[in-house]
Ligand binder design. Structure first.
Ligand code: TRP
Length: 336
């Protein structure tokens, strides 16, 4: 097994939504099919322990995310698709890296700093209130995910860029301290892949509760699209496509030509009712077939388990011998 050309993780703490599709799933599905590339995709279930303390939800989310990726066309035979928790070498490497990571580096992590800043607003003024060591050391686990497979490129959202910088820092430190074993991974932030707006116009996100699930029923998809906020312009009045949530969602799915035509119809005046209907029809058409596959997959979790186990076995063809090398480099190997 070769090291990863592309690697990315998806935290299992929610239901996959339209924003995940255009931002992460769609580009990954494309890469997964490329026969020249060795790409790794995994369910980051250990990462989900940081925020989510509900075992059922974690399990359900892993099932839904795996089913969604497969239903949308991930080529799991060509790529390596697995669960983080099926790779015991990752937590082992995490500890090794923890022991060479500067605490000061972790102090600077955005997520940790934001949590401290929130606490400092509070009355009792305990800056570490509610902050676990998991949250604090989260970037080291992420570094281990990446370095375990010596990934060259890591596609992530903008909020993860700092974690990649930290990963490079940690890798360089290991290489310097012990042996030059790690590739310094490059971050890939796809500027072209859309950031989708949600029901209220803010970025579509689980934390804002403004998302449209990918595989809800057709009826609910329609209902949610009808709920997207618009302004109070009358049916015939010209409208601005660039500030419209409906338009931005349409654009994320449609071809450039269709998008241009729709923009022209905005300027001529299209009623919100018509636009919402067309948007629903358009997205529903795209999701119809995947939705069928998804519903079948959800009913057959053991099939998904089997796919993930096979993926883990493939991944471990790399991680087991590589960890052996790492252990040797740090002086933890046979005494003979
Ligand atoms: N932290 C990432 C996120 O929240 C998920 C993730 C975990 C990840 N491990 C990773 C992404 C390794 C890329 C590589 O989005």
């Amino acid at each position: 097994m070769k090291n990863a050309d592309f690697l990315t993780g998806i935290t299992t703490s929610g239901t996959p939504h339209l924003g995940n599709y255009v931002g992460a799933i769609r580009p990954a599905v494309e890469t997964s099919r490329d026969k020249q590339l060795n790409s790794y995709y995994f369910l980051a279930d250990y990462h989900s322990l940081i925020k989510n303390h509900d075992p059922k939800l974690r399990q359900q989310s892993a099932l839904e995310i795996a089913a969604a990726w497969i239903a949308l066309g991930l080529d799991y035979e060509n790529c390596v698709f697995y669960r983080q928790s099926d790779i015991p070498e990752i937590p082992e490497l995490t500890w090794i890296l923890t022991c060479l990571t500067a605490k000061g580096l972790m102090n600077r992590a955005h997520a940790y700093k934001a949590a401290v800043a929130d606490n400092e607003q509070e009355q009792d003024n305990d800056p570490d209130k509610g902050i676990t060591m998991g949250l604090f050391s989260y970037p080291i686990l992420m570094a281990a995910d990446i370095l375990m497979f010596n990934a060259k490129k890591v596609p992530v959202g903008k909020d993860q860029v700092q974690h990649l910088e930290m990963t490079r820092d940690i890798a360089a430190r290991f290489n310097h301290m012990y042996q030059n074993l790690f590739v310094l991974p490059e971050v890939v932030v796809d500027e072209t892949s859309a950031v989708l707006s949600g029901l209220d116009g803010r970025k579509m996100s689980k934390s804002y509760h403004n998302y449209i699930p990918l595989f809800d029923t057709e009826k609910n998809l329609r209902k949610l699209i009808m709920k997207i906020q618009t302004n109070s312009l009358g049916p015939e009045e010209p409208k601005d496509p660039d500030t419209c949530t409906l338009f931005s969602i349409y654009q994320a799915f449609a071809t450039p030509k269709q998008t241009k035509e729709m923009a022209a119809r905005y300027r001529q005046g299209i009623s919100w009712g018509t636009m919402k209907n067309e948007l629903f029809e358009y997205i529903n058409e795209i999701l119809k077939e995947p939705r069928k596959r998804y519903d079948e997959l959800i009913k057959a979790p053991s099939d998904i388990d089997a796919i993930l186990k096979k993926g883990a076995a493939k991944a471990r063809e790399f991680s087991v011998p590589f960890l052996e090398q790492i252990r040797k480099a740090i002086g933890i190997s046979s005494l003979g």
